[in-house]
Design a protein around this ligand. Structure first.
Ligand SMILES: Nc1ncnc2c1ncn2[C@@H]1O[C@H](COP(=O)(O)OP(=O)(O)OP(=O)(O)O)[C@@H](O)[C@H]1O
Ligand SMILES: [Mg+2]
Length: 246
């Protein structure tokens, strides 16, 4: 099972919206998906209560100490992907989710305040050697401000942006809000829309990122080295991450 956590200190950056969109994109790609909500605000639970379908199940887990055990039991139950939606701010539950995830997604709007607010999450991901990527959300369709934001995130992480800033960027569109209020994901609410296309594209980027992480694991256990050479700029292993913690 793979686990993705959406985390950033800044409220309203799109953690819950992206968790829902990605969950449905992953289901459509054949995954068995569970959503875990560590945010007592209950955005995902409320969404599920408006939802006309049972899947994906949303499970509230508020105690930091319960996260690891819950992930282990979901793995045993045959879930292939768990997505954890966390609260804004800093909390023990968010820290635990980042610690036990295979990938930490850090959503940020293209604003200085959002970008500055990623620092503590980035620090946690590095401290726990969890691979991470930024997702630029609620962006304008294009423009200099967007390029500046992507570059600023790359600078924040001190890495090439192609490895740490996910693509495509998720444009600000009403579909996301309308889907949320209808108890749907944007891929269900407006399947042929640009918004749905972007979320599917983002899922493919994540799949590739997780695939690379898996290949590195295989290499570690000396089973069979991956055929394609791995890009060296990506942080994919605890050893690589440790080098950046200092
Ligand atoms: N790409 C987008 N386009 C338009 N609206 C969006 C987009 N992403 C998120 N929103 C809207 O922005 C608001 C905040 O999003 P969301 O609740 O997902 O953020 P959050 O990071 O989970 O917030 P919190 O920290 O409070 O949990 C919601 O009304 C959501 O519908
Ligand atoms: Mg939320």
């Amino acid at each position: 099972m793979q686990t993705i956590v959406l985390a950033t200190q800044k409220g309203g950056s799109g953690k819950s919206t992206l968790a829902i969109g990605l969950a449905l994109a992953a289901i459509q790609a054949g995954h068995t998906v569970r959503l875990i909500e560590t945010d007592s605000q209950g955005t995902l639970s409320n969404w599920q209560s408006r939802r006309p379908y049972a899947e994906p199940i949303v499970e509230p887990v508020y105690a930091a100490g319960d996260v690891e055990q819950r992930l282990q039991s979901l793995d045993r139950d045959g879930v292939t992907l768990t997505i954890i939606d966390t609260a804004g701010g800093v909390s023990a539950a968010t820290t635990s989710a980042i610690r036990h995830a295979d990938l930490c997604l850090i959503p940020a709007r293209p604003s200085v305040a959002d970008i500055e607010a990623t620092a503590s999450t980035l620090g946690l991901a590095r401290a726990w050697h969890t691979p991470f990527a930024y997702v630029l959300n609620q962006t304008p369709i294009r423009g200099q401000r967007l390029t500046n934001a992507a570059n600023a995130l790359g600078e924040e992480a001190a890495l090439d942006i192609s490895g740490v800033v996910a693509t495509p960027f998720i444009v600000m569109r009403n579909d996301h809000q309308d889907a949320l209020s209808a108890g749907l994901a944007v891929n269900e609410y407006a399947p042929t829309s640009k918004s749905a296309e972007e979320i599917r594209g983002l899922w493919q980027w994540i799949e590739a990122k997780l695939g690379i992480a898996l290949a590195v694991e295989v290499e570690h256990f000396a089973v069979e080295p991956p055929e394609a050479p791995l890009p060296t700029v990506l942080i994919e292993t605890p050893a690589e991450a440790a080098a950046f913690v200092a």
